[in-house]
Write a new protein. Structure first.
Length: 312
């Protein structure tokens, strides 16, 4: 009896130990499972953060300085505003002081991006900059809405801006002296206008001399040209097609209206590229992201919304 009781007691003790050990193992397994669940949740959350842009914490950060064309400026600003909405850690400063100044700013390192509304000159190409075309733009020849002249040939426009035609009566208008409104030297719009209408002359040393009349009003921005023509019934000037509105009248050139469609199909003669220039080599992450955004579907949609011609 004593031996039998002892065996039973031993068996009960072993069973109790097994139950305790199983309970501990179960608790450990449950704890481990909970840890895995939490870890997986954190991993998913972190993965989601990495896929986001523009939250300021997981996105990019830094400052981008853009210097250049007054014609490209408004488009660059619209693109920058949209980009900064997505990348709240990035700030973009845009200075509109002219295409030539923008190109030089990239060359000398004072700008991350330079903008130009004309093709680069040979000497500028030698700097080895990376050039991206972000849009195309027409140049509208504009007169005051009260001016009855509505169609000019390329040759007539060239003669007006050379100073060879000086009265609107010569062009079917009223007997009134023409007020020529020009852009400042270094303007991308002026550079493109001169080149497209052959209003420059190559010199013996390889440089080009402007043939534009010196009897003109000179304005330092597209907006100033438009405002001057809008206020002067005898004025004529040239502006970016993207800012053409009812305050001035865009005349036909060789019978073709200045419209986006006519620039797209290349029947309108006076158009130019919008360029963004960067130093060759690796770019800052935020600069590369901004340039990539401009070429994206969303970026090119903004180009079109701003009345310019997309490159894609």
């Amino acid at each position: 009896m004593i031996k039998e009781f002892t065996g039973v007691k031993r068996e009960k003790g072993l069973n109790e130990i097994k139950r305790k050990n199983w309970g501990k193992a179960s608790a450990l397994l449950a704890t481990f499972g909970l840890a895995l669940t939490i870890f997986a949740g954190c991993g998913a959350e972190n993965s989601g953060d990495q896929g986001k842009t523009g939250d300021g914490a997981a996105g990019l950060s830094g400052k981008i300085t853009i210097i250049g064309s007054t014609s490209v400026g408004p488009l660059a600003r619209s693109l920058a505003d949209s980009f900064m909405e997505q990348e709240k850690g990035v700030s973009i400063d845009i200075q509109e002081i002219g295409s030539t100044e923008g190109i030089q700013a990239v060359i000398n390192g004072t700008a991350d991006i330079g903008t130009a509304s004309r093709e680069l000159k040979d000497a500028e190409k030698e700097a080895g900059l990376d050039v991206q075309t972000i849009a195309y733009d027409g140049i509208a020849i504009v007169v005051n809405p009260a001016n009855p002249v509505a169609d000019l040939t390329s040759e007539q426009i060239a003669q007006i801006f050379k100073g060879a035609i000086t009265n609107w009566q010569e062009l079917g208008g009223v007997n009134q002296e023409i007020t020529v409104v020009n852009r400042e030297a270094g303007s991308g719009t002026r550079g493109a206008f001169q080149e497209l209408l052959e209003l420059e002359e190559k010199q013996a040393d390889g440089t080009k001399r402007s043939l534009l009349t010196d009897q003109s009003l000179v304005m330092d921005s597209t907006g100033a040209v438009k405002a001057t023509v809008a206020a002067n019934k005898a004025a004529i000037g040239y502006i970016s097609l993207g800012v053409l509105d009812e305050t001035v009248k865009g005349v036909k050139v060789n019978g073709i209206e200045p419209t986006l469609q006519n620039v797209k199909n290349k029947t309108y003669a006076i158009w130019r590229p919008f360029l963004m220039l960067t130093p060759s080599g690796e770019l800052k992450a935020e600069v590369k992201a901004y340039l990539d955004y401009i070429k994206s579907v969303e970026g090119q949609r903004i180009v079109e919304t701003e009345k310019f011609i997309p490159v894609n």
